[in-house]
Design a protein. Structure first.
Ligand SMILES: Nc1nc2c(ncn2[C@@H]2O[C@H](COP(=O)(O)OP(=O)(O)OP(=O)(O)O)[C@@H](O)[C@H]2O)c(=O)[nH]1
Ligand SMILES: C=C(OP(=O)(O)O)C(=O)O
Length: 217
């Protein structure tokens, strides 16, 4: 039986140290690196907030600009505790979010659509813990838990780690949910799929970045 509402937890580290693999692109195009990271987060959070199966979105961050942005989009923010990296931050966010159905969502999914997230969360009622593998095939973009602790294993080869830890892999027609952005090629692929409002605005205001991403008209 489908479960909802879901609490969605989104991690966001300090902008100054985030998305370093995008720096060659932002540097070469003269784009504001922080603005790019924030735009990816904004489109991800906006899609989660707009998802009909989601009751609350909690962003785990110590970054004031990310917290401000999350608040403006209707998400709640909690501090980046216990300050021991991504997985402890997600566990903290999941505890703060509460509820029986909790999902950890990557913060770098600018092409995510609310209906895609709804389809994945709907499918996630199939097992107590489920996950969605990223487009590369090694990482994780969504980890879900219903009535059981989240036990996040994000990091290198996290898809394998989540599967080895008993979570069920989910597949479906949700290209925007798979397309996390780590590298310039990933951002190009997300732009090709169609990105949300904030990333689109950024491309309009940064013509050189748009050219680098093949998005210039
Ligand atoms: N709140 C919180 N989020 C984190 C932490 N570490 C990583 N994240 C977030 O988790 C996601 C994946 O992080 P990483 O793959 O380590 O780093 P990244 O910023 O995506 O990119 P790179 O610098 O290119 O490795 C990003 O959204 C980060 O902002 C942490 O300690 N606390
Ligand atoms: C940490 C992860 O994400 P990223 O692709 O941002 O490195 C992961 O997939 O587990």
């Amino acid at each position: 039986m489908a479960v909802h509402p879901w609490s969605v937890v989104v991690p966001a580290k300090r902008l100054a140290v985030a998305k370093t693999r995008l720096q060659p692109l932002t540097g070469a195009s003269g784009a504001d690196h922080r603005a790019v990271v924030l735009a990816l987060l904004a489109d991800t959070v906006a899609a989660a907030v707009a998802c009909p199966l989601v009751g609350s979105v909690v962003v785990v961050t110590d970054e004031p600009l990310a917290a401000q942005l999350a608040g403006g989009l209707g998400a709640r923010t909690v501090a980046d505790e216990p300050d021991r990296g991504l997985n402890p931050a997600l566990e903290h966010g999941a505890r703060a979010a509460g509820g029986a159905a909790v999902a950890a969502l990557s913060s770098d999914l600018p092409a995510l659509r609310p209906a895609e997230l709804a389809a994945a969360l709907d499918a996630a009622s199939a097992a107590p813990r489920c996950f969605v593998t990223d487009a590369q095939g090694t990482g994780t973009t969504l980890l879900t838990a219903v009535g059981t602790p989240l036990r996040p294993r994000f990091g290198r080869d996290s898809a394998r780690a989540h599967r080895d830890d008993g979570a069920l892999p989910l597949t479906g027609d949700w290209p925007g949910l798979l397309r996390d952005v780590d590298t310039p090629a990933d951002l190009r692929a997300a732009v090709h799929l169609g990105v949300g409002t904030r990333t689109s605005e950024l491309l309009r205001s940064s013509p050189t970045l748009a050219v680098h991403l093949g998005a210039a008209r």
